[in-house]
Design a protein around this ligand. Structure first.
Ligand code: NAD
Ligand code: IPM
Ligand code: MN
Length: 356
């Protein structure tokens, strides 16, 4: 029996509500399959922990997490704790410490998912974002001078290293080649005259190694427009940390909403654990009401199954999500239904057992 050791950080707001359902389906899958199982270890880290201890996680949190095969994270952030503290001291520090330099975010409109765009077929929205996940605009470098004075100055540096750009761009080319898809780079070299000029140069350099891959390069402003007006232009997309963050919320909006959008933070070399999470936040506006959509978390569980090379199960989870969406009977309010988070989880378990 193969055992996958998973660290669970359910976190804040709707995090625990959705992560419970994710764990429920992973346990069900391991039960049906019988050749592997999951050992979940829960950590109480997050904003409540911060309010009690002044820290978002234990001092040796990163050392503790290092021993796991993967991390399953709900969401981080709560009113009363500054976001730049809660996110930097938990989510972002994990992505950086474990060199999870690939943030893989599917933007895929599956059957039954609502799309606000006119005249769009499901096949037209079928992208995978490869977001740089450890540096760029999120380098965390800068200074705050003359605080509170009239001459106050704030500097936020972006850091684009050759190694950092090359590895994420190469990963995206490899993915495009493997899947026989086009690759689009999204940048902004007309205004960001160092970082994005460098990014574009590396995109071209690496491209020489992949003559078979069709490429496109868009400025981020035009890319946002094309994602709405003509989404089928995009297949595999590679972009910087901040642009990837923003464009994947836009992507969520055209592919069923925040309740369906998943992401994997990968350390492809498997030197450190990778982390799987829905891309939405803690949604304080609906937290504690049992109405959060757990399907994004399940989709990220599917990414975890893929990562552990249980590809068939990964696909089955997506088929179950597709089934629940096309049935339209058991959906949370964000998708027009009246079901609770738990009812959606129970229905996916039922589908795993019976339909698929
Ligand atoms: P959010 O993603 O939490 O919520 C945006 C909107 O989408 C809200 O109206 C919310 O109700 C809705 N929504 C999100 N997930 C949903 C789900 N599963 N089902 C149904 N509706 C859902 O973004 P926000 O409001 O900008 O941020 C709230 C907090 O979360 C902040 O503290 C922010 O910093 C944090 N945040 C954390 C993460 C993370 O942990 N990965 C990601 C984004 C934001
Ligand atoms: C995301 C989130 C995070 C990010 C925040 C919470 C720091 O928005 O995962 O998309 O910007 O990466
Ligand atoms: Mn985001």
């Amino acid at each position: 029996m193969q055992t996958h050791k998973i660290a669970v950080i359910a976190g804040d707001g709707i995090g625990p509500e959705v992560i419970n359902e994710g764990i429920k389906i992973l346990n069900e899958i391991s039960k049906i399959d019988g050749s592997f199982n999951f050992k979940f270890t829960h950590f109480p880290w997050g904003c409540e922990f911060y309010k009690n201890t002044g820290k978002m996680m234990d001092d040796n949190g990163i050392d503790i997490l290092r021993e796991f095969d993967a991390i399953f994270l709900g969401a981080v952030g709560a009113p009363g704790v500054p976001d730049h503290i809660s996110l930097w001291d938990l989510l972002l520090i994990i992505r950086k410490s474990f060199d999870q330099y690939i943030n893989l975010r599917p933007v895929k409109l599956i059957n039954g998912a609502p799309c606000p765009l006119k005249d769009v077929k499901t096949d037209d929205v079928d992208m995978v974002f490869v977001r740089e996940n450890t540096e760029g605009e999120y380098a965390g470098s800068g200074s705050w001078l003359f605080k509170g004075k009239a001459n106050e100055v704030v500097i936020q540096d972006s850091v684009f290293s050759r190694k950092g750009c090359e590895r994420v761009i190469r990963y995206a080319y490899e993915l495009a080649k493997k899947e026989n898809k086009s690759l689009t780079s999204i940048s902004k070299a007309n205004a960001l005259n160092y970082s994005m000029v460098f990014w574009d140069q590396i995109f071209e350099e690496i491209g020489k190694e992949y003559p078979e891959v069709e490429t496109h390069s868009y400025l981020v402003d035009a890319a946002s427009m094309f994602m709405i007006k003509d989404p089928k232009r995009f297949e595999i997309v590679v972009t910087s940390n901040l642009f990837g963050d923003i464009l994947t919320d836009l992507g969520a909006a055209i592919a069923g909403g925040m309740g369906l959008a998943a992401g994997a933070n990968l350390n492809p070399e498997k030197e450190f654990p990778s982390m799987f999470e829905p891309i939405h936040g803690s949604a304080p506006d609906i937290a504690g009401k049992g109405m959060a959509n757990p399907l994004a978390t399940m989709w990220s569980a599917s990414q975890m199954l893929d990562f552990f090379e249980h590809e068939n199960w990964a696909k089955k989870v997506i088929s179950c999500i597709e089934k629940i969406l096309t049935d339209k009977k058991i959906l949370t309010p964000d998708l027009g239904g009246t079901a609770t988070t738990k009812e959606v989880g129970d229905e996916i378990v039922r589908l795993l057992k019976t339909e698929i």
